[in-house]
Design a protein around this ligand. Structure first.
Ligand code: NAD
Length: 477
């Protein structure tokens, strides 16, 4: 429920199916204008305890609900999110900054419905491992219990759905905590979802990193599903040790894209551009380092500059906007600093390179040439509208550089020959290697990182299984 203070609403947490206001509130600002969108209520430790207790109680009955009913609940979530897509998309634009159109908020809401619906079609089948004169062994999938979900600010609703729906489909209940940068759309979505689920099955609490830390140490939470930075993922892993929580960690990336020397730059330019700049580059599996061979270097740079200079950036509510602002001041400062570092090292700024002179966190698409390993823009995750374009002569060198960092979310290889591309793809250390595209995700394709980019996968049967424990019935007689 939204209670109005002056003109901006105070959003509510949901605990045990009821509105919950906590203690205090924080203003959430529109990154395009600086105006207040609404207020996030702050959850206390007592509030978190109530949410976990409600989830624990609800889990006992939710685990007994038939599989058919739990399948149906996924479809109900898809339906209620679709019914309220216009309202949720507008709220998402206002607090997150992304465009309403294109690969923006409407697209994100479409993804929510698609993932929720697909999850209903997955199976929780029993496997018979042995059935003979000696006896019978069955492998069942049982819920883990109460799942704590902690989400980031880049795709807040879609990532919330990725956590919530497989969790409840498998018979768990959830306490979700959205990012304090973009909490409002998730609080509203959970409130809507509560109209179609039994109370206590999905609870939402809001607050900052302190609340997340309380969740990852909470004895009543059996598993944490976390999407966010590698640094926070490591903290969660430490504090989750108390009760040996199960973990799925979807962490940061610094995805390399390697172009092979047989590509047509004009044909691949748009795929490269959106691979890097979907959601203003604030996407875990975005192309964040581009390796280009000598023979194509100038042509690839020229194609990308033309695209960048023709891409409208502005307030996401304007239907002509293709790129919005960066979501928050911290991210704006990171992108600015990494570009400044590149300049001091003598890199060439092909386009962009200075913040836009207007209110909001607008940083234009910035293409940086003549840059190499050692520059912060190459070695660190920029998570924004700047891309380093690195020249290479020897493909062995490009492969070595791509694998040199402690990240392994995704990577891409671009070539006129799938066979040549696959030879390089086999050698890249990443959870997903794309060929002639970058960043595509689907509910029937497992997704997850290796090395510092995470533990475990989401989506598809493997993602659903990650929300279960295996239970064996070993029978004789
Ligand atoms: P973040 O790690 O700062 O915050 C993520 C969430 O963790 C927030 O809800 C935050 O409040 C909470 N948190 C902060 N400190 C905590 C603590 N000590 N214990 C528990 N929770 C805590 O990340 P962010 O800035 O919101 O998101 C950007 C990062 O997320 C990028 O690195 C990006 O690559 C990554 N990301 C990864 C994926 C993926 O699927 N691998 C998807 C999206 C984003």
């Amino acid at each position: 429920m939204q209670r109005y203070i002056m003109t901006e609403p105070v959003f509510s947490m949901t605990i045990n199916g009821q509105d919950y206001l906590g203690d205090g509130r924080e203003a959430i600002l529109n990154p395009a204008t600086g105006q207040i969108v609404g207020y996030m209520p702050i959850c206390t430790e007592e509030g978190l305890n109530e949410a976990v207790a409600a989830a624990k109680k609800a889990q006992l009955s939710w685990a007994k609900v038939s599989d058919a009913e739990r399948r149906d609940s996924c479809n109900k979530i898809a339906a209620i999110v679709t019914e309220h897509a216009a309202e949720l998309a507008e709220l998402l634009v206002k607090e997150q900054g992304k465009p309403l159109k294109g690969l923006g908020a409407e697209f994100e809401l479409g993804g929510c419905a698609a993932w929720a619906g697909y999850t209903s079609s997955l199976d929780m089948d029993v496997k018979v491992l042995k059935d003979d004169d000696e006896g019978r062994v069955e492998q069942h999938r049982v819920p883990v219990g109460v799942i704590g979900s902690i989400t980031p600010w880049n795709w807040p609703l879609m990532i919330a759905i990725w956590h919530l729906v497989p969790a409840i489909r498998a018979g768990n209940t959830v306490v979700i905590k959205p990012s304090p940068n973009t909490p409002l759309s998730t609080l509203r979505m959970v409130e809507l979802i509560n109209t179609v689920l039994p109370k206590g099955v999905i609870n939402a609490v809001s607050g900052g990193g302190h609340l997340g830390a309380l969740m990852s140490a909470h004895e009543g939470i059996d598993k944490i599903v976390f999407t966010g930075s590698t640094a926070t993922g490591k903290k969660i892993m430490k504090s989750a040790a108390g009760n040996l929580k199960r973990l799925t960690l979807e962490l940061g990336g610094n995805d390399a894209g390697i172009i092979l020397d047989d590509c047509d730059p004009a044909a691949i330019a748009e795929g490269l551009f959106w691979g890097a700049f979907i959601n203003g580059g604030q996407t875990c599996a975005a192309l964040k380092r581009l390796y280009v061979p000598d023979n194509l270097y100038d042509a690839v740079c020229a194609e990308l500059v033309t695209l960048a200079n023709n891409m409208p950036m502005g307030d996401g509510l304007d239907p002509t906007t293709a790129l919005g602002p960066l979501q928050n001041k911290m991210q704006f400062d990171i992108v600015s600093e990494l570009v400044e570092d590149a300049k001091t090292r003598g890199a060439t700024i092909l386009t962009g390179g200075e913040p836009l002179d207007r209110p909001g966190f607008f940083y234009p698409v910035t293409l940086v040439a003549d840059i190499e390993a050692g520059a912060r823009l190459v070695d660190e995750e920029q998570f924004g509208t700047a891309l380093p374009i690195i020249r290479y002569t020897d493909i062995e060198d490009a492969i070595a550089q791509a694998n040199s960092l402690d990240f392994g979310l995704a990577a891409s290889v671009w070539s006129a020959s799938r066979e040549r591309a696959q030879t390089v793809a086999k050698r890249l250390e990443a959870g997903t290697v794309y060929i002639n595209q970058h960043g595509a995700l689907a509910p029937n394709v497992p997704f997850g990182g290796v090395k510092g980019s995470g533990i475990g996968v989401e989506f598809a049967q493997e993602g659903l299984n990650a929300n279960t424990n295996i239970k064996i019935y070993n029978m004789v007689g």
